[in-house]
Design a protein around this ligand. Structure first.
Ligand code: HXC
Length: 258
């Protein structure tokens, strides 16, 4: 499959998607988001892939939704055209873990896309923000919903109301990113993390993702019940048998994804 706005490659059980509109700092056009969705679903369906990495360029993960594309939209264009729901949420259907490897700007829809991934590894050059207010709109792909869950109400309000950017250090302190690495080591670190995950049992990694995501959408009691049901079901897998047998035999496990 060839794409115009993204570059796609496979590296040792890891699917890598690079956002690639350098002239517009990877602004997330409709076409780009559709291609991203297609590529994500293709990797998700590929048994040879255990983890996916989404990244951008050194200068920008993505500077937001494409402002030139949106500028002329009417209410009916966005309402009837299902702007956002049509292709921005495809990533939520992906069951395998997805890592965002962020260098440079992750603004507006770019920050929202990074937050839709399962975790964010940031280069020390990363800058996050929800500057939509400066354009006369509010965030539309989770900025007012995922950001407060990730960084607290105070920080989310500060960012979304002033439109200011926060650097990687502040983002890590606030809990938005899981780790910061030197910019020139970003892909090396992200691929190593992805490979570690891809070497685990795929169905079990999918259950971890599913269960952690549940924490955002349920009460503690419901979430605990959900986790317990998934935990019990691990014991119906070959990979649980192999994982524990390998530990007892003091050797690395060989998971069969079954
Ligand atoms: C379209 C964009 C763009 C964007 C940058 N460009 N961001 N084009 N949409 N979001 C283009 C610029 O127009 C310019 O094109 C080229 O990329 C380089 O950008 P510069 O501004 O010249 O670079 P620089 O001076 O380094 O400033 C970088 C920047 C700035 C601070 C990131 O570009 C910026 O503020 N961008 C907009 C950020 C933003 O407001 N994002 C939120 C978008 S709304 P030319 O042709 O002039 O070289 C959003 C809503 C999501 O995301 C809702 C859910 C769908």
């Amino acid at each position: 499959m060839s794409y115009e706005n993204i570059l796609v490659e496979t590296q040792d059980k890891v699917g890598v998607i690079r956002l690639n509109r350098p002239k517009a700092l990877n602004a997330l056009s409709d076409a780009l988001m559709s291609e991203l969705g297609e590529a994500l679903l293709a990797f998700d369906a590929d048994d040879g892939i255990g983890c996916i990495v989404i990244t951008g360029s050194e200068k920008a993960f993505a500077a937001g939704a494409d402002i030139t594309g949106m500028a002329g939209y009417s209410y009916m264009d966005v309402f009837k055209g299902e702007f956002i729901t049509r292709n921005w949420e495809t990533i939520r259907r992906v069951r395998k873990p997805v890592i965002a490897a962020v260098a440079g700007y992750a603004l507006g829809g770019g920050c929202e896309l990074a937050m839709m991934c399962d975790f964010i590894i940031a280069a020390d050059t990363a800058r996050f923000g929800q500057p939509e207010i400066k354009l006369g709109i509010i965030p539309g792909a989770g900025g007012t919903q995922r950001l407060p869950r990730a960084v607290s109400k105070a920080k989310a309000m500060d960012l979304a109301l002033t439109g200011r950017m926060m650097d990687a250090e502040e983002a890590e302190r606030a809990g938005l990113v899981s780790r910061i690495v030197a910019a020139d080591k970003l892909m090396e670190e992200a691929l190593a993390a992805a490979k570690t995950i891809a070497d685990m049992s795929q169905p079990i990694a999918m259950m971890v993702k599913d269960s952690v995501n549940r924490a955002y959408e349920s009460t503690l009691a419901d979430g605990m019940k959900y986790e317990r049901a998934l935990f019990y079901s691990c014991f119906a897998t070959d990979d649980q048998k192999e994982g524990m047998k390998a530990f007892i035999e003091k050797r690395p496990p060989v998971f069969k994804n079954s």
